[in-house]
Ligand binder design. Structure first.
Ligand code: GTP
Ligand code: MG
Length: 347
């Protein structure tokens, strides 16, 4: 499953329909008054936050959205019809930005949330509107107002239960490919993964979503490497799986580089529950294993899991640890009971 985190779209609301110039014509009525109807409103373009969407992938196939124009007014006071609105469905967590990619238009955070992105043009008045004591037969009608066009960015921060972090080449994508049916690109060089990817992990009867995130390097929080864009994705993961390549000369230092980036980025990234694993353990001798594990344990101040995607050593153990951490994170969230549901305290 490929995961698109942003899309640029063009939207245009519909023009208003034109007002109509018309006069009443009926048998035995010599000077029928003006009866030109108003034009209908052009269609609006809305964004709506919906359930069940995880990606912006649909916007890769279609980027242009134009609402239709309102109907023109007609004789006998008939108004033109209002054109249908266009509703762009987006997943929870989508940010809508101006063309500059920086100015926030809307943050779509709740299912059902709707935002008007471009209002349809108003229909023009028909000549019936311009009748006055001094002008009983106006030949005037307004054209409809034009619709509005704009370019926008849709940007989605990943929402996943667990996210993979680590330096480039740590074995993150390989792990995702080993434990899910996802097929990320894997290669023996840094920055293989350019977009976050998602996979669904099954542990016994349970499922959770694991996100593969491009590698982080020193300075990532200020845009180095693939930049801080991906740290934004980490924000939406409830727990982290931090992989440290066992082939690194100094695994403790490697661990700390990534931790530092998480901390400097802010937004609580370094407070997320973290499982630490020493990856590619199959490449180590018995001695190295003990030594590297001790070094990583010292830096992380918790016991890392020795992991190999190649031999599947401890892959299950890692998944179970992640599931436990996710469940604990859920339990913590449940403590956030809305104020009106809290029982008043009585001495
Ligand atoms: N021996 C061994 N090699 C591994 C293991 N896991 C990954 N590798 C190799 O390590 C290299 C990098 O793996 P990736 O999964 O692409 O690493 P990554 O962390 O996703 O890298 P980026 O996407 O660049 O951040 C590849 O050549 C993999 O075959 C493992 O468990 N054992
Ligand atoms: Mg990768």
């Amino acid at each position: 499953m490929r995961f698109l985190d942003q899309a640029k779209i063009y939207i245009r609301s519909g023009d208003g329909g034109a007002g109509c110039v018309s006069f009443r014509r009926e048998k035995f009525i010599e000077f029928g008054g003006p009866d030109g109807g108003d034009g209908g409103r052009g269609g609006d373009v809305w964004a709506e936050c919906v359930d069940g969407l995880n990606t912006l992938v649909d916007y890769r196939y279609q980027q242009h959205f134009k609402a239709k124009a309102g109907g023109h007014g007609m004789g006998r006071q008939r108004a033109g019809g209002k054109a249908a609105d266009i509703v762009l469905k987006v997943p929870v967590g989508t940010e809508i930005l101006e063309e500059d990619g920086e100015t926030l238009v809307a943050d779509m955070t709740e299912i059902g949330q709707r935002v008007l992105l471009a209002e349809g043009g108003n229909g023009g008045f028909g000549n019936a509107h311009f009748k006055s004591p001094t002008n009983q037969a106006p030949r005037r009608a307004n054209p409809g107002l034009e619709g509005r066009e704009r370019w926008l960015w849709l940007r989605l921060k990943l929402i996943a239960d667990a996210g993979l972090v680590g330096l480039p080449n740590a074995g993150k994508s390989t792990f995702l490919a080993t434990v899910t049916s996802a097929k990320p690109k894997i290669a023996d060089y840094p920055f293989t993964t350019l977009h976050p990817g998602l996979g669904v992990v099954r542990v016994d009867t349970r499922e959770f979503v694991l996100a593969d995130i491009p590698g982080l390097i020193e300075g990532a929080h200020e845009g180095h490497g693939l930049g801080d864009r991906f740290l934004g994705h980490v924000e939406r993961c409830r727990v982290l799986l931090h992989l440290v390549d066992a082939n690194e000369a100094d695994v403790g230092k490697t661990y700390k580089v990534v931790r530092k980036e998480l901390k400097l980025y802010g937004n609580g990234l370094d407070e997320k529950p973290e499982i630490v694993a020493l990856s590619k353990a199959d490449t180590l001798s018995e001695e190295e294993r003990v030594e590297k594990l001790a070094a990583l344990k010292k830096a992380a101040r918790k016991t890392p899991i020795v992991l190999s995607s190649a031999t599947r050593e401890n892959t299950d153990k890692v998944l179970k640890a992640l599931l436990r951490a996710i469940d604990n994170a859920d339990a913590e969230l449940d403590l956030d009971v809305p104020a009106d549901k809290i029982q008043p305290w009585r001495p």
